[in-house]
Structure formats: C-alpha cells, structure tokens
Design a protein around this ligand. Sequence first.
Ligand SMILES: Nc1nc2c(ncn2[C@@H]2O[C@H](COP(=O)(O)OP(=O)(O)OP(=O)(O)O)[C@@H](O)[C@H]2O)c(=O)[nH]1
Ligand SMILES: [Mg+2]
Length: 355
Amino acid sequence: MTAPVTPVVRDPYTFRELAPGATTSADGRPLPHDWTDAHVHCVTMAGARASGKSLYTAVMVKQLEELASQFNRVVEAADDSTLERYRAFYEAPLYREMKHMPATPPASTADAYQRDPLIFSLGRWTGADGASRPHYLVFRDVAGEDLENLPSDPEELGFFHAADLIIFLFDPLRVEQILTSLRGIIPPQSLTGGDPEDVLRNLFRLLGPSRPKLAVTISKFDTLQKLSATKGQWAEIMGNNGAAFRRDSGWGYDHNDQRLLHMEIESLLRFMGADRLVNLIGQDYGWTQDSAHPVGQHVAEQHIRPDLWQYFAVSALGESPRGEQLSRHGIAPYRVLDPVRSILAPYGVFEESGR
Ligand SMILES: Nc1nc2c(ncn2[C@@H]2O[C@H](COP(=O)(O)OP(=O)(O)OP(=O)(O)O)[C@@H](O)[C@H]2O)c(=O)[nH]1
Ligand SMILES: [Mg+2]
C-alpha cells in the first residue's frame, strides 16, 4: 500500500486545505509550530444517539497513548483546549468516576464541548519516501442528535466532506433479534437512539457527492461475543474459533486480517437481518471487490487494496455496564484502534517501518 508523500496543510476546525505555509486556521486561530510540515489525519465519528461514539473517543485516545509508548513515542494533546476538554468530558467520567457519559449536546447549544476538535500530536514517523515528519490526529466526536436530525445550517457539520475517515458506529443492540437473544445474559441496557439506517441516510445526504473513507463499525461488540454462551445458530457463529472477530488485534494492525474481518462482519450484518444497511452502503459507496467473496475464502493478493469503505468491529468497554456503573472488571477494549490504524498504517505511523 502506498500513500501520497507530500502533506497538505489542513485546517483542524474545518478539515479543509489551507494555503501552503499557513500558520493560522481559516478563522485566525494559531496552529502548532510544526503544523505546516506535518501530516494531519482528520477523523470524525458518526452514528445514532447512544451508539457509543463518546466512549469510543475516550478509550481510543488512551489506547493510542499506550500504543505510542511501545514505540517510545508520546501521544500528546496539541493545545490546552484539547487537554482540558479531554480530561473533563472523556477521561474523568470514564476512568476516574467509572461512570458512563451524558449524551453529547447538539453542536448548536452553548455547552457543546465537541464543537472544536481534539487535536493530538502523534510524534515523528518515517514515511515510504524515507522522510521523517510530524503527524497529528484531529478527532471529532459528534452528537448523535445532530445526525438523527441534521442541523438547519449544514455547514455546522461541513467538516464531514473533508474528513480522511468517518467512523460510523452501529449499535448491535438496536437489532431486535440480538436484543431478544441477549435477554438475561447482559444487564438491561437503556435503548435511546434512532434507527442506524436513518442516520446513515442522513450522513449520505450531508455528504452529497463527497466520498470520504468510511469505517462502518459494529460498536459494543462485547455484547455479540456474549452470544457464544447461548444456544443455537448465534452461539455457533460467535463461538467459531477460526473467525477473525474471535481474536483481538492486540497492539498489532494487520491489513490482511482486517480484510478477513471485513468479510466476516458483512456476513454477520446480513445474518442479523441488517441487509438494508449493507445494501444502502453498497448502493451509495459502491461494492468492494471483497464484498463478493464468501466468508473465510482466500482473498487473492491482487484483490487486496485500500477501499473507500470497510467494516470494523470494536468494543470500547469490553463488558456491558450495569445501570450507570461500568463493569467492576474495568475497561477491556477490543479492536478499538483498528479503524484509525487503517488510515495511519500506510504512512508508517505506529508501524515498524516508520520507526
Ligand atoms: N456493552 C457495551 N456498551 C457500551 C459500549 N460503549 C458504549 N456503551 C453503552 O452505550 C451508552 C452510550 O455511549 P456513548 O458513548 O455515550 O454514546 P454516544 O454515541 O456518544 O451518544 P450521543 O452522545 O447521544 O450521540 C453508554 O452509556 C454505554 O451504556 C461498549 O463498548 N460495550
Ligand atoms: Mg456522545
């Protein structure tokens, strides 16, 4: 896989391109000192209310910090606002109070802490061209409410057009069949949040003709994993030890393993009866070559290519919360970094080749 080598200067607030050499954002805010030389990766969350976007954001950052330490690097907030907001709204509830987070307020409200993105420095990495550059991750959490009912001014979400990756979370507990199978196995979960299909339609409406890379991601995968303890067809599927989704990716990221997971998740979604969602993506984003392959079939090397969209499966918590309280076993994330690493890996970031 190759990636373009000459970075363009990006506006972290709009995700759009700035003039070469720009030292401030389009609205005049200062940028980190090495921004013009840096490669900036712009990612935004998407999904219905309560699909898990904010918990994912909180855990993803912690996981990135840990991964970085394995490469003797540090992931650091690039400005005070990122540091303060990450601490107050993500780290404190989840890692100190061990509680889940309140719903993210719509962007139009005064207390919308997510209106500005979180900006993190990822350290210097060596790309395929042999040049060492600073890399930044600009990450946006979004209120599910804003995607269930698009704001009257679509510019409020204009950054979606210019994103390098949209992580669209799909809550499996929204599927009636799954919820019924899990009754008595996981604690009762509150079921707010709209239909993921409607949210995806809104997202496509918002995007118009733009096609940023899309990670269609099953969230709360720990709940599906619990199905292996039930009886029947779900137990067989989720208990299949040969499946890629049975293995955590650990600290590694393997492109071929991801291809396999992509195919498995597509089959899983179809098995859940989420055909309309799968077809909606195929229709609007195009079918990938791999989609045509049945689960587990060998994928020829020439078919493995970076695609416009991919399926992922993640669990931020690793365990269902009981009421307000998170599991006593703590937080055990599963494959949380896969979507982000799918866009970082081609640049050597968090790869041996980029050290
Ligand atoms: N079992 C399980 N539950 C999760 C996980 N992540 C989130 N949840 C549950 O989903 C709820 C909503 O998570 P949030 O991250 O606040 O959802 P959100 O998408 O940010 O919601 P909005 O801010 O309203 O858009 C949490 O309070 C948890 O109960 C997970 O990995 N596993
Ligand atoms: Mg939220």
